[in-house]
Write a protein that binds this ligand. Structure first.
Ligand code: GDP
Ligand code: IMO
Ligand code: MG
Length: 435
């Protein structure tokens, strides 16, 4: 990784690849760390010494005291969660002041977005004659907040929290529409009170005002003054609204393609794209997962990898590495190198499998990913089998010390993806990294 360049960190699977750890590691070599998509659906874990931090909205670079952190215009911000996160970090001795900037154009997640998210999921979980059709969202209001962004007239942006009258005007329209929608979804709640909401959210605005700026000009100034930028992707490529396993996706462009719209920086501002992948696969929520292991293998991966959601605590679905999927994501994201995470979790398996192709419902073989949930649910994974290794590898820091079978596993990944592996992670700590 060239320390004079701007780097994007992007998940190549269904999230939770270990992006937080890598953002934290690479923050040392960059000046500015920017979130460009998603919201509090993300949960990025950073372990520093004996301390563990779970970040949802604030860029993981906040743990360094001399870096600028930016929440870009493409993010949907829940002010309640953000203030909670700021306070928790401050209580733990982390400075959050001038080092955090929030785009005045980032959209606001309101309480009715979260209610709508939960109510729609409830409704979808019991569709007559079809059973459970829910997405398995994080219920953080992400989809409804982005929907309001697209609807325009009903949306509220961070900058609006600083203008009471305009905020109230929008809320008067939005609340009546939302009430009707929520009651159509079966929510038996008291009517939404625009004045109470405007008062509450203007107070959040007042609290966050020192951070709220036009981040687009700020970021362009960083580029002009040759500060280096690290883009922190949230969610992951296979959850991208356009390129993921639709409809089982999130509501933003969480591949690398979202960087430009979500920050206001053009393509030439991203020099390297580091694709983050686990040495196996996981997924939280619904949707097809061809290499999922529902028996003891999946259970062993979940146990060894402690695969429980950082945001919701849900057990993650686990399975073998699907390189067809990862190669597709690497292509979409313009990936220039790979960080292979959680390799330590695979110690102690007699054999390991990697999915290298799909048998399609008509019997043909394909090495192309299928970003269509209905069809992907019907493919059969085709595997290459590898000999495992028994030794624990979580204290290894040099590639030469990795077991021969672990090296062969990594070599295969690199050859299949036609990309160099620049980082191998063998534990959650900064020190548990092979570069
Ligand atoms: P993110 O959403 O991509 O930032 O990933 P999460 O933080 O949701 O989940 C990754 C989990 O794996 C966290 O608990 C990390 O502390 C942990 N982790 C990261 N890298 C490694 C690794 O190499 N080995 C192990 N065992 N855990 C890791
Ligand atoms: P990080 O950044 C894993 C999944 C949810 C659900 C779908 C839609 O920690 O890798 P949403 O609440 O966004 O409407 O949910 O997307 N999802 C994630 N899964 N890691 C994430 O983020 C995720 N963000 C969203 O589980 O299936
Ligand atoms: Mg996560």
């Amino acid at each position: 990784m060239d320390s004079t360049k701007n780097t994007a960190i992007v998940g190549l699977q269904w999230g939770d690849e270990g992006k937080g750890k890598i953002v934290d590691l690479l923050t040392a070599k960059h000046d500015v760390i920017v979130r460009y998509n998603g919201g509090a659906n993300a949960g990025h874990t950073v372990v520093v010494g004996d301390e563990k931090y779970a970040l949802h909205l604030i860029p993981s670079g906040i743990l360094y005291d001399d870096k600028q952190c930016v929440i870009g215009n493409g993010v949907v911000v829940d002010p309640v969660k953000l203030i909670e996160e700021i306070d928790t970090l401050r209580d733990r001795g982390i400075e959050v002041g001038d080092n955090l900037k929030i785009s005045n154009r980032a959209h606001v997640v309101m309480p009715y977005h979260k209610e709508h998210d939960a109510a729609l999921e409830r409704k979808l979980s019991q569709v007559a004659g079809k059973g459970d059709q829910s997405i398995g969202t994080t219920k953080r209001g992400i989809g409804p907040a982005y929907a309001d962004k697209i609807h325009r007239a009903t949306a509220i942006r961070m900058g609006d929290l600083l203008h009471y009258d305009a905020l109230l005007d929008t809320l008067k329209v939005t609340c009546s529409i939302r009430c009707a929608e929520l009651s159509a979804l079966g929510v038996d709640a008291p009517p939404l009170d625009p004045i109470a909401l405007a008062d509450e959210f203007a107070a959040y605005g007042k609290r966050l005002a020192p951070h709220i700026i036009d981040t687009v000009y700020e970021l362009h100034e960083c580029v002009q003054t040759e500060k280096t930028i690290l883009f922190e992707g949230a969610n992951a490529c296979l959850l991208d609204i356009d390129h993921g396993t639709f409809p089982y996706v999130t509501s933003s462009n969480c591949s690398a393609l979202g960087i430009h719209a979500g920050t206001g920086l053009p393509g030439k501002c991203v020099n390297d794209v580091l694709g983050i992948m686990k040495a196996y696969s996981t997924r939280v929520g619904s949707g097809p997962f061809p290499s999922e292991e529902l028996g003891s293998i999946g259970e062993k991966i979940r146990e060894r990898g402690n695969e429980f959601g950082t945001t919701t605590g849900r057990p993650r679905r686990c399975g073998w590495l699907d390189l067809v999927a990862v190669k597709y994501s690497a292509m979409i994201c313009g990936t220039t190198s790979i960080a292979c995470m959680l390799l330590d979790v695979l110690s102690g398996f007699d054999e390991l499998k990697i999915c290298v192709g799909y048998q399609m419902p008509d019997g043909t073989i394909s090495n192309r990913f299928v970003p269509d949930a209905r069809l992907l649910a019907e493919v059969k994974p085709l595997y290459e089998t590898f000999a495992g290794w028994s030794e624990e590898i979580d204290e290894i820091t040099s590639p030469d010390d990795l077991p021969a079978n672990a090296k062969a596993y990594l070599d295969f990944i690199s050859e299949y993806l036609e990309l160099p592996i620049s980082i191998v992670s063998v534990g959650p700590k900064r020190s548990q990294t092979v570069i």
